[in-house]
Design a protein around this ligand. Sequence first.
Ligand code: TYC
Length: 105
Amino acid sequence: MSSDELPDADTGTITKAKPKTERPKLYRVLLLNDDFTPMDFVILVLKKYFMKSDAEATRIMLAVHNQGAGLAGIYTFEVAETKVYTVNEFSRRHKHPLKCTMEKE
Ligand code: TYC
């Protein structure tokens, strides 16, 4: 029996005493560099889907351009999944090879 498990007085049933408010797992959403997507398009994506300012979007775009990948944001699983899907769809629709991925924090 772990410290958060208490036996019921009458039945001896073991129940968890600790209120369960576990923190959700978080996921990093990344943009990947490529040779063809215009810099302005990457900045637009960061502003449109990740709510970045012009200055912050430019900083992140240049970090991706120079280092190969860069952090667009950190979200819960379903939000991260939706960002990845929406950004990849938006890039495909505009015929740019920009790729967005996610990884566990
Ligand atoms: N490397 C691209 C260029 O020189 C710009 C770019 C930046 C592309 C970031 C993708 O995630 C990216 N046009």
